[in-house]
Ligand binder design. Sequence first.
Ligand code: SF4
Ligand code: SF4
Length: 185
Amino acid sequence: MPASQWVKTLIFYELLVGMKATITVFIDRIVLRKRKAVTLQYPHEKRDLPGTYRGMIALLKYDDDTEKCVGCDLCEAACPSRVITVISSEVAGEPMKRYAKEYYMDMTRCLFCGLCVQACPVDALAMTREYEWAKYNKRDLYLDKEQLLALGDRNFPVREKKLEFQHPNVAYFNIGYKNLPPKDS
Ligand code: SF4
Ligand code: SF4
């Protein structure tokens, strides 16, 4: 064995090469104090989430406290993991209108892909930035409508006006809409 190989073996050369990045950071951070720590002391410190972060899903309401969801089942059809169960019903006294009488999400199966949010025709679903949902019992992640609406209220306190009031023309094409808003002059 050549002498250089002996030296490399004696000083654990391969090990030092493998640890190069670790040793460099150790010297910079601990010895020279040139770098800031990259470890966050979670849960006391939290990472800044990217703007596109997809967290727990919420159901939304309009500003007059009515639910946006019209029970159309499109989110259930769009979901690749069969997370969503919608049981829809007619709005009492308004047979042209429907709503989600019951709405369930089994969040143990959710991929956070956002397809349900995209499928919803009335923007009744939204992805929040909540992620601290670790549970001891997985049944606690089977969320009902009230829990999903509470998530929406908590994360989106500013609610939208009803579509009829956002776009007055919508009301005139909606044969199920009883009380037309005033026409813009
Ligand atoms: S985010 Fe994706 S997996 Fe989760 S409920 Fe929506 S469609 Fe289903
Ligand atoms: S959340 Fe949207 S897509 Fe799902 S049932 Fe309600 S209105 Fe339809």
